[in-house]
Design a protein around this ligand. Structure first.
Ligand code: PHB
Length: 383
């Protein structure tokens, strides 16, 4: 057998991917009024449609699920129409796209919540050192500490599951090729999975692996009932510290049980965050990736601080099938071609990651554009 490469085509359930390179989900906070994706967002995704699979930026399934201003939603007809433009643009270039469906739980602020309520969680303790992008006391958009949450009622958890099922139907109407349930990075499901955060003692409580994983698995089942399990993946971040997550002594037990359960359900993939998006040092030990591989029989995507060499290593070691790139995709819309030809990579400008317009969003050139117009300033010259 020839060695696997990032450029191999790959079959992901019913979806044919042209290569093993995934554009990772990236919050860019540039949705239009009503948290609706617009033309500029469609152009941005279209520029990156060379990826085998695009996973959309995190998208709230309800107003309650929002933790940052200007992130897109998937709960109104206008949002479905906006996403249709994005999906069509990607499909025009033979790309595939999954919608990342998001509920932030306690990583929110009362000024973003319906009726100014406290955000819901598995605890009434606020996340440490964590910020929401919301309205400050002068009513101005600002990075401010998250609000103190409250423990969700059982009816509210039912509502979250129903909101995910609705998001799945809406994603289908928008034409997405599948959906990813965001179970990572300290957001709602992670708050239930982590036994050092979850303070409940009911069926969704901290006490057993079954109770900690129940909310995520019931949500998975509701989404898979709409789209089919071969179009639904799950993102997780075992050992992750983003979002004020403390070390969890039960991390392996929880996540290996989740792997088994998602295998049984024939989940099309699990997407593992290897480390923080802002720190290339991985937090997931390679020995855990091996155990996870043995416990889960579907596709594995690994993302977080990867470069080409690290991605190749994970592929050759048999630990991942698809490899995700986030930061590199922001500033290299033609990342696949750059890898293929060993062309140099552009650095991303940290000042334009979130919010704003086309600058630092749709104006990063392809390598060919960059070299054809050397007299025109490009991000390469600026940095
Ligand atoms: C963010 O908006 O900062 C963000 C969103 C989703 C993630 C991580 C970070 O998974």
């Amino acid at each position: 057998m020839p060695a696997k490469t990032l450029f191999d085509a790959y079959t992901l359930g019913p979806n044919h991917l042209k290569n093993r390179i995934v554009m990772a989900p990236l919050t860019r906070s540039r949705a239009c009024k009503g948290d609706v994706p617009g033309e500029m967002n469609a152009e941005y995704y279209e520029q990156r449609a060379g990826a085998g699979l695009i996973i959309s930026e995190a998208t709230q399934v309800s107003k309650q699920g929002q933790g940052y201003l200007w992130t897109p939603g998937i709960y109104t007809p206008e949002q479905i129409a906006g996403w249709k433009k994005v999906v069509n643009a990607i499909h025009n270039y033979d790309g595939k796209v999954f919608l990342q469906m998001w509920h932030v739980g306690r990583i929110s602020h009362t000024t973003l919540q319906p009726n100014g309520a406290a955000p819901i969680s598995s605890t009434d303790k606020a996340a440490e050192n964590s910020f929401s992008f919301a309205y400050d006391s002068d009513g101005k958009p600002a990075n401010i500490p998250t609000s103190k949450p409250r423990n969700a009622t059982l009816d509210e958890l039912k509502q979250v599951i129903a909101d995910y099922a609705r998001a799945a139907r809406y994603s289908q109407q928008a034409g997405f090729d599948g959906a990813e349930v965001h179970g990572a990075n300290g957001y709602l499901f992670d708050q239930f999975l982590n036994s050092a955060v979850n303070e409940r003692t009911d069926d969704y409580g901290r006490q057993t692996k079954e109770s900690r994983t129940r909310l995520l698995l019931e949500t998975y089942d509701a989404v898979a009932a709409v789209l089919g399990p071969d179009r639904v993946g799950v993102r997780i971040s075992p050992f992750g510290v983003f979002g004020g997550m403390p070390r969890d002594p039960n991390v392996e037990e929880t996540f290996l049980y989740l792997a088994e359960q998602l295998s049984k359900r024939r989940a099309v993939y699990v997407h593992i965050v290897r480390g923080s998006q802002f720190d290339p040092e991985p937090v997931v030990p390679e020995s855990f990736f091996r155990k996870f591989r043995d416990a889960f029989n579907g596709t594995i995507i690994i993302t977080g601080g990867l470069d080409r060499e690290k991605a190749d290593h994970l592929l050759q070691a048999g630990l991942a099938d698809l490899l995700g790139f986030g930061m590199l995709y922001i500033s290299n819309p033609d990342l696949v071609e750059r890898f293929q030809h060993n062309w140099p990579l552009n650095p991303a400008d940290p000042a334009t990651l979130y919010g704003g317009g086309a600058k630092g969003y749709t104006d990063y050139p392809t390598y060919q554009e960059q070299t054809a117009h050397r007299d025109v300033p490009s991000p390469l010259d600026i940095h």
